[in-house]
Write a protein that binds this ligand. Structure first.
Ligand SMILES: Cc1cc2nc3c(=O)[nH]c(=O)nc-3n(C[C@H](O)[C@H](O)[C@H](O)COP(=O)(O)OP(=O)(O)OC[C@H]3O[C@@H](n4cnc5c(N)ncnc54)[C@H](O)[C@@H]3O)c2cc1C
Length: 385
């Protein structure tokens, strides 16, 4: 495993075990087949059940609620290894853990936690996270989706767009405006809601092994008890997104390592002009720059994980890591593609698939530009968003 600065020496035995277990599972069960599913535009079969079996649903949620009660560094290493296989694996694990289970754990009632978390951890239920709308992506605080109270029910109107696992989910963590215009988190349970539809968006060139689509509410009635009682504003949705962005930052290291290792091996085996292309200075420049960028990203994520585990990380630091590591992975994937020459575009190798997924990663969970402006605001005190 690529680890130029021996960062592994700072990990506990348990953290190393998590990384190697997930890595072996991805190598054995996912890597040989994922290209086929990606090309066909269908998710890896029984992914939720398989992720549950390896502990990838709710790793950071306490055992009392069905999780494994583990630390953020372990979670990061798990995200890295899942995304090394394919973004769709990290996406499913992270939607369920970072965005849905974490929301219920942090903002839900005891009854909601006991009712939903163990089933989400075991894979009996799968979930989605609905924040983005057709007209509000970066500017989600202006969302239209809203609800009003009707006796013991709420009536929801609006739609959510670009939602991962939309048509497959049993529950959706919805963010919508209440009667006082405050944003609340709501557990939309397909068994409890009326007039609710999901659509799948098939026509996409990125995230092809993931389901993406819409959640549509037309005067949908849901018991009032499905509102997360401790949610009071959009900041609560962003709080969950912080854990999601942390997962993306680590996942991108996995993508970069997969591309770099593929390019390194290819360059040592491919002969041109009588030599391995790895013997050529221009190829070495590419490889040396790749390993340097990967190492910088690993160091950033390691320290971010340490801060997360101490409860000292702030959202601007997470923003910086998400933005940096997506850009880093895009650079590494693009350079790796070139090292493979024509073979770089073949589905025999993972690089083009990763590159296509990176085009979404640069935009989702906060765009490249918005994260830059978050850093800008944090260091200058002026909000340019
Ligand atoms: C495959 C996929 C899966 C997704 N999964 C989910 C999901 O599960 N749940 C969910 O809620 N959402 C999801 N999203 C939505 C994603 O988070 C949004 O696409 C993202 O937040 C950007 O919103 P937008 O696409 O509306 O772009 P816009 O907000 O319209 O931005 C367009 C461009 O304008 C720029 N821009 C916007 N405002 C500013 C500004 N103030 N200053 C400078 N530049 C600016 C942006 O950086 C970007 O380059 C997903 C998206 C994709 C593509």
């Amino acid at each position: 495993m690529t680890d130029y600065f021996n960062i592994k020496s700072y990990f506990t035995e348990e953290q190393v075990l998590i990384q190697s277990t997930i890595k072996d599972w991805v190598n054995k069960y996912v890597k040989p087949h994922i290209g086929h599913y990606y090309q066909k535009g269908i998710p890896f079969p029984n992914l939720v059940e398989k992720l549950a079996e390896i502990g990838a649903l709710g790793l950071i949620i306490p055992e009392k609620y069905g999780g494994l009660g583990m630390d953020f560094l372990s979670y990061g290493l798990m995200m890295q290894e899942l995304e090394r296989g394919d973004t769709s694996l990290r996406v499913m694990s992270s939607i369920q853990t970072s965005l849905v289970m974490y929301a219920i754990y942090k903002y839900g009632s005891e009854d909601q936690k006991l009712r939903y978390l163990p089933k989400l951890a075991s894979g009996e239920l799968s979930s989605s996270f609905g924040l983005t709308e057709p007209n509000f992506g970066s500017n989600t605080s202006s969302m239209h989706c809203h609800f009003e109270e009707q006796g013991d029910f709420i009536k929801i109107n609006g739609s959510k767009m670009w939602i991962g696992n939309s048509s497959q989910c049993d529950i959706a963590m919805l963010w919508a405006k209440g009667p006082n215009k405050e944003v609340r988190g709501i557990i939309v349970d397909k068994n409890l809601i009326t007039n609710f539809e999901t659509h799948e968006f098939k026509d996409k060139m990125s995230f092809k092994a993931s389901v993406t689509g819409e959640l549509i509410f037309e005067s949908s009635l849901l018991p009032k008890t499905q509102i997360l009682p401790a949610t009071t504003g959009i900041k609560d949705a962003y709080d969950c997104l912080n854990i999601g962005r942390y997962a993306v930052a680590w996942g991108c290291i996995g993508i970069a390592i997969d591309c770099y290792e593929t390019a390194l091996q290819y360059s040592q085996e491919r002969i041109q002009f009588g030599d391995a292309i790895a013997a050529k200075q221009l190829v070495q420049k590419k490889l040396a720059e790749m390993i340097t960028e990967i190492t910088k990203a690993q160091l950033m994520c390691y320290q971010l994980g340490v801060l997360m585990d101490k409860g000292e990380a702030n959202y601007a630091q997470i923003s910086m890591a998400k933005r940096n590591n997506v850009t880093m992975a895009r650079f590494v994937a693009s350079e790796s593609r070139q090292v493979l020459g024509g073979m770089g575009i073949s589905s025999e190798y993972p690089i083009m698939r990763h590159l296509m997924n990176l085009e979404t990663l640069i935009t989702y969970q906060g765009t490249h530009e918005i994260h830059l402006l978050i850093t800008g605001r944090d260091i200058t005190g002026f909000d340019a968003i």
